[in-house]
Design a protein around this ligand. Structure first.
Ligand SMILES: *[C@@H]1O[C@H](CO)[C@@H](O)[C@H](O)[C@H]1NC(C)=O
Ligand SMILES: *[C@@H]1O[C@H](CO)[C@@H](O)[C@H](O)[C@H]1NC(C)=O
Ligand SMILES: *[C@@H]1O[C@H](CO)[C@@H](O)[C@H](O)[C@H]1NC(C)=O
Length: 344
């Protein structure tokens, strides 16, 4: 399925009841910080790429005034000072050294400096009607999805929809798989990370940053499965898409045994430990206003929500300096933090 075709159809045929939004955020910084999992730890265990409000820092205490402490955001909606982040990909050369794979602008955002694309959807993306109405996240809310220690399919199966797509064309979106692709992908690799959609309605966070959220009790978000009684509040599904520019590595020598040469910044070479972090930081009720406005992706109808967009140039201009000074971009003999590639 290609979104462009679907989007065309959606606009032609449907009058959505509420919003599914898709917007890009340029790179705020690439740094060895992880304020959700290890607040205050400098450097954190592994390298991340981070987007959103420029008040991002090592601690991100929940009392932090996220919109108020930021003076710009790298996201397209000017009222979105949330921070969104993922680990970073490296290529392992045959001589054992590692080189960072840059993440680049997504389809329709080719001019964006790195970053990732964010979606908030109330029903599956292919449901043009978007009939559901959901409660937006609140100030102080944060969550995590995935398992940095997963190295097998069984361990990864606890999560749904943390995937990889081999981009034969830049707009290829299927098939999705949960291990790293093992062939050369002509236009790069996309990771897609979808968070659970049922909230316990009480806790803005939890010790593992996951247990205040749940998948539906039966079925899936896509099938409209009901939330469990322990997590009764249905939220929008947050999805990140990250495009990794693996093209420059297609001409280099790859492992003779056909294995994958890419490795996450914390050493996982299986791909099963794909994970993502989210710290809510929308200004006031801006996210709820958008979600309640019938619009699709970020078409003109979204402006009825009285939220404003900035240009890609403005998004690209919102950056911060890394706190940790180290070489993350050379041909490195080990991954920053001291990791080597682990295949199982
Ligand atoms: C963040 O905002 C709060 C409330 O407006 C303010 O008291 C605090 O000094 C700010 N912190 C920083 C680091 O700007
Ligand atoms: C290791 O291999 C990469 C890729 O071919 C190359 O660019 C780099 O210079 C090599 N490093 C050493 C120390 O040989
Ligand atoms: C947007 O602003 C207009 C004019 O002030 C107002 O009538 C409308 O209710 C606002 N829409 C939302 C979703 O807040």
């Amino acid at each position: 399925m290609q979104w462009t075709t679907r989007l065309g159809l959606a606009l032609a045929l449907a009058a959505p009841g509420s919003a599914v939004i898709r917007f890009h955020c340029s790179q705020l910084v690439t740094d060895r910080l992880d304020p959700l999992i290890s607040p205050g730890l400098v450097p954190s265990s592994h390298v991340h790429q981070i987007v959103g409000g420029n008040s991002f820092e090592p601690t991100m205490h929940p009392s932090k005034d996220m919109p108020g402490n930021s003076t710009c955001t790298s996201c397209q909606f000017t009222e979105d000072f949330s921070n969104y982040w993922t680990a970073v990909l490296y290529f392992k050369a045959q001589n054992g050294t590692y080189k960072r794979v840059k993440n680049i602008g997504n389809n329709q955002y080719r001019d964006a400096e790195g970053g990732l694309t964010v979606y908030y959807m109330q029903d599956p993306i292919y449901d043009e009607a978007q009939k559901s109405h959901v409660t937006a996240f609140q100030k102080g809310f944060r969550m995590f999805v995935g398992d940095v220690y997963a190295r097998t399919l069984e361990q990864a199966a606890r999560f749904r929809q943390l995937t990889y797509t081999c981009l034969d064309e830049f707009i290829t979106r299927t098939p999705e798989q949960i291990a790293f692709p093992t062939r050369r992908c002509k236009e790069g690799i996309m990771t897609a990370l979808r968070f659970p959609t049922c909230w316990d309605g009480k806790n803005l966070d939890s010790p593992d940053h996951m247990s205040h959220m749940s998948y539906p009790a039966t079925g899936t978000f896509e099938s409209g499965g009901p939330c469990p009684s322990t997590h009764p509040v249905r939220t929008s599904q947050v999805l990140f898409e990250v495009v990794w520019d693996t093209k420059p590595f297609n001409d280099l020598e790859w492992p003779a045994d056909g294995s994958n040469p890419f490795v996450w910044s914390f050493g996982d070479a299986t791909g099963f430990a794909n994970h993502a972090d989210y710290v809510f930081g929308w200004q006031g009720d801006a996210l709820q206003r958008i979600l309640d406005t019938p619009c699709y992706f970020n078409d003109a109808k979204c402006s009825a929500s009285n939220t404003t967009y900035q240009t890609v140039k403005e998004m690209n201009a919102c950056t911060i300096k890394p706190v940790v000074e180290e070489d993350i971009d050379g041909w490195l003999t080990e991954l920053p933090g001291g990791y080597q590639a682990q295949y199982a």
